[in-house]
Design a protein around this ligand. Structure first.
Ligand SMILES: [Zn+2]
Length: 769
């Protein structure tokens, strides 16, 4: 619902100034700065963003279309890999002119996140991302581990990695863009959450008080709690207590309790136990009376019988003495290495023992096992009796089917198409492990065991995180091959082949942008008429007949909401007018102050952006919900420091919201002052953050420029977003020296720019749908 904006009219004598010499591109008359007052309340964003004269210096480059195309945009990236539509990998070239050599790795991360946020969708990345670890590898690549936070609270499983080399900057991990408001003060206390866990565990296993000795051995006093933001499903997030609970000396459980409702969101057995028997035997807890437990060897079952198992419980390795199925388990080199391998994983990527990360954890344990016991691809062949499996091995990396059929307890999938999707076995950690070990086998067979173990270990230490999935596993291994053997090496090609062979692909490859659905409904054409012989200035054509909407003289084309129901425009008397198109209602004046040159409405109709009639270096944004104005100061970000002012902006002209309503694209007239020659005027294009969806407040006013600098006498303007992708824009290009005109298209995600058409005049491009 549109509300009328009451703004008192101030009468001032207009003094017109020319907008500059580049009048072939645009001519707009403006009142000088400070000669007119808006007469309404507004908050000022970027108050320091204003500057009188250009300091960025004159470009010495000879102007030409090719030169402009080569310059690339701020958003330029070389590769984006998405999974389920979300970016999981972003890569771009390390640009020495862009990156201050003195800036720290953390500052470089910050700049990277800021400059790629149109891809990741993050707002205020500086506040959201914290660096938890930095280390440099032997090849001089700096690896950072990051964690994402919401109002200072860790988002569970948001660990990601950032990698800096002289050539590339790479970010790996999911971005959590939280849209719902989350109360960060828990309603449920941690002790009440522990009580919930305690009663739930009693239904599942033996819960007993640990002895003082056991506590000392396990370095555990009581359940560990911390507050996290937990991604419950899809885009829903809740405040939760993460609780690590040891019900007995063997098991470790992980629970997530909703801190608002007290309900159990998720729980799993985090003990890396019962490796071999899970499918054939029910879970057993260990003898509650202690017995041999403290020695951590000769571990017995509840009934005192020999335990046919070995496991790592987070603190130490436990071995049973075997029985009908196994010989004493400590006797097998690969089983020992497997269990110790879990220890290595705990101290590196710390892959969560559930689902895909859990299966990768198991894969690494088997890789350690097979590398220590290197003469074959079997696991546990020295301790497994044929009563357990016909092959006489627990698992076979060369053929995970292990002479069995799907459902047999010794059978494993060797391709994603055979993947187990159920909840048993911590969602298949020992089952889907088959896919990873087979990929490793294929790779090691192709490039040698020596190389394969180096590559996979590098991936574990530097690239994988707690919640890495199969796609991340693939990316991590491939990145590691480039780190160790160089990009495009045969080691890289073979890694890609190995993952392809097990069905782990780059699901949506490279530089494919998110497209939006085409709007449903009837198509109408909105006509603007500038012929003074007709009284109708705006008409709606439904395919057979046109109905007149307005006879008001307009300064600009109207801006229409995404559903086509509402439009706004600035009339010749500089007021903002509103028209309801569906149903058609008489137009109304919503800002009756004669203060405006242009206006745009957001796609959802919730906000307006407007440009005043004077040179005030600002864009005004009105939010219909809060009924507030904000004034955003325009500035030219420099390339050496982030978001600082290079001066030179005079005023904006064309404005348009992107589909999210968070960003405005605009063109602006700039001045380069010179004490040698005449001042130079040029137009360029910027994107400004005007709305923060998460915080439901005005944006921080930060600005990206489509091009860091333009060649002399080159201007670009009249930008417009594609109707179904925020990443594609089109704009006019003019080269004042050669007289070339063109409409260019740019993909903001990749920085790719191309000529759409070459013109002899300005195109004023617009996307039809
Ligand atoms: Zn294991």
């Amino acid at each position: 619902m549109m509300k009328k904006l009451f703004v008192p009219v101030l009468l001032l004598i207009p003094v017109m100034i020319a907008s500059g010499q580049n009048t072939t591109f645009k001519s707009r008359t403006k009142y000088p700065s400070g000669t007119r007052k808006p007469g309404f309340e507004f908050v000022t964003v970027n108050p320091d963003g204003i500057s009188k004269s250009g300091t960025s210096g004159k470009s010495a480059t000879a102007p030409s279309l090719e030169r402009l195309l080569l310059k690339g945009g701020l958003q330029q990236v070389d590769k984006v890999i998405r999974s389920n539509g979300k970016p999981v990998y972003i890569e771009r070239k390390t640009n020495p002119s862009k990156s201050d050599p003195d800036s720290s790795p953390a500052e470089k991360l910050s700049r990277f996140l800021e400059e790629t946020r149109m891809i990741s969708g993050t707002i205020n990345p500086k506040e959201q991302f914290a660096v938890s670890q930095i280390n440099e590898d032997r090849n001089g690549i700096t690896h950072l581990k990051t964690i994402q936070r919401y109002r200072g609270i860790d988002i569970y499983g948001s660990e990601a990695t950032f990698h800096l080399s002289a050539q590339k900057e790479r970010f790996m991990g999911l971005f959590h863009n939280i849209e719902n408001e989350i109360n960060t003060v828990p309603i449920i206390s941690s002790s009440s959450a522990i009580t919930t866990v305690n009663s739930d565990l009693r239904l599942k296993t033996v819960v007993r008080e640990l002895t003082a000795n056991e506590k000392k051995l396990l370095k555990y006093q009581s359940p560990e709690t911390r507050l996290v933001i937990y991604n419950t499903e899809g885009n829903a997030y809740s405040l939760a207590w993460e609780i690590t609970f040891r019900p007995n000396v063997v098991e470790v459980w992980k629970y997530f309790i909703d801190a608002e409702t007290g309900s159990i969101i998720h729980s799993f057995n985090a003990t890396r136990a019962y490796e071999y028997f899970l499918q054939t035997h029910g879970l057993n807890s260990i003898n509650g009376n202690g017995g041999n437990i403290i020695s951590f060897i000769n571990v017995a079952e509840d009934d005192g019988s020999s335990m046919e198992n070995a496991f790592w419980n987070g603190q130490a390795v436990f071995y049973g003495n075997g029985g009908g199925y196994f010989k004493p388990l400590a006797g097998a080199l690969d089983v020992t290495a497997h269990e110790l391998g879990h220890g290595v994983v705990s101290n590196t990527a710390n892959l969560e023992y559930y689902g895909q990360p859990g299966a990768i954890n198991e894969t690494y344990a088997d890789i350690f096992g097979s590398m220590v016991d290197r003469d074959d691809w079997l696991i546990g062949e020295d301790i497994t009796r044929t009563t357990f499996s016909p092959s006489g091995a627990l698992r076979n990396m060369a053929d995970p089917h292990n002479m069995g059929r799907e459902g047999d307890h010794y059978w494993q999938p060797k391709h994603v198409s055979e993947m187990y999707l159920g909840k048993e076995d911590n969602a298949g950690v020992h089952i889907n492990n088959g896919i990873g070990i087979h990929a490793y086998y294929l790779y090691a067979t192709a490039v040698s065991k020596d190389k394969a173990e180096q590559v996979f270990f590098h991936a574990l230490v530097h690239y994988l995180t707690k919640t890495s999935r199969f796609i991340d596993f693939r990316i991590a291994v491939i990145q590691s091959t480039s780190d160790l053997f160089g990009e495009g090496s045969s080691e890289t090609t073979e890694a890609a082949k190995a993952f392809d062979a097990v069905g782990i692909y780059e699901e949506e490859v490279v530089q494919k942008n998110q497209d939006y659905e085409v709007n449903p409904g009837t198509e109408f054409l909105l006509f603007c008429n500038t012929d003074p012989n007709y009284s109708t200035t705006l008409a709606l054509y439904n395919g057979s007949q046109a109905s007149s909407l307005s006879e008001t003289a307009m300064k600009n084309n109207p801006s229409v909401t995404d559903n086509g129901a509402e439009a706004v425009f600035v009339s010749a008397d500089s007021k903002i007018r509103y028209i309801s198109l569906n149903p058609i209602e008489p137009e109304q004046i919503i800002s009756d102050q004669e203060y405006w040159d242009n206006v745009a409405i957001s796609k959802d109709g919730n906000r307006l952006a407007a440009i005043s009639t004077q040179v005030d270096t600002s864009i005004y944004v009105y939010d219909f919900t809060s009924r507030k104005w904000a004034k955003f100061r325009l500035y030219n970000p420099t390339t050496s420091h982030f978001n600082t002012d290079a001066g030179g902006v005079l005023y904006a002209d064309a404005i348009e919201f992107d589909i999210t309503g968070e960003y405005l694209i605009y063109d602006a007239c700039n001045i380069l002052s010179s004490n040698v020659t005449e001042d130079i005027y040029y137009w360029d294009i910027g994107i400004i953050n005007v709305w923060d969806k998460t915080g439901r407040k005005f944006g921080d006013g930060s600005i990206f420029k489509l091009y860091g600098s333009l060649p002399e006498n080159v201007s670009i303007g009249n930008p417009t977003f594609s109707q179904n992708s925020s990443a594609i824009i089109a704009f006019d290009y003019i080269d004042g020296n050669s007289g070339e005109y063109a409409i260019l298209g740019t993909n903001l995600n990749t920085g790719e720019t191309d000529v759409i058409t070459e013109n002899s005049t300005l195109g004023l491009p617009s996307f039809s749908k």
